[in-house]
Design a binder for this molecule. Structure first.
Ligand code: MG
Length: 160
């Protein structure tokens, strides 16, 4: 069996006048994430982790933020496109582990819904995807509620 691991990271600025999307769901909050797409930093980091494991570059190469086609696109659609690349490669996702770093809002009540959404998009069992949410202890831009950052690790295997 061949095993691969990929890591993804993303950070988006929090601004007024945008809806907050994380993990493919809308979360009620006074600020939203700035971005060419819907700004879903968790899905972007997840896409990068999967692309990284497949040695297929990064999300910016596949979906350039200069391309009007991706203006305002739901990041779920980007993840579905990356899932197609995973399927085409013959690799299967073993598990995904994610960390969201957000000072606000409190994300614990939404973790289950995010997990369900991502498991559905990736056709994964619930025991194969984990989401952790933490604050930045008030430190730096993330701690000052200027941004939300995400890290994702993905493990894939071929055969077996
Ligand atoms: Mg991004």
């Amino acid at each position: 069996m061949k095993n691969k691991v990929g890591i993804g990271y993303d950070i988006h600025r929090l601004i007024e006048g945008r809806k907050l999307f994380l993990g493919g769901i809308e979360i009620p909050y006074i600020l939203g994430l700035l971005g060419h797409s819907d700004g879903d930093a968790l899905i972007h980091a997840l896409c990068d982790a999967l692309l990284g494991a497949l040695a297929l570059g990064d999300i910016g190469e596949h979906f350039p933020d200069t391309d009007p086609e991706y203006q305002g696109i739901a990041s779920c659609q980007l993840l579905s496109a990356v899932k197609e690349l995973v399927d085409k490669s013959g690799y299967k996702i073993n598990n995904i582990d994610a960390v969201i770093i957000a000072q606000e809002p409190v994300l614990t009540p939404f973790k289950k819904q995010m997990k369900q959404k991502l498991c559905t998009l990736l056709t994964l069992n619930a025991d194969c995807l984990n989401i952790k949410a933490k604050t930045n202890e008030g430190i730096g831009q993330v701690g000052n509620i200027e941004a939300i950052a995400c890290y994702v690790v993905a493990s894939l295997s071929y055969g077996g």
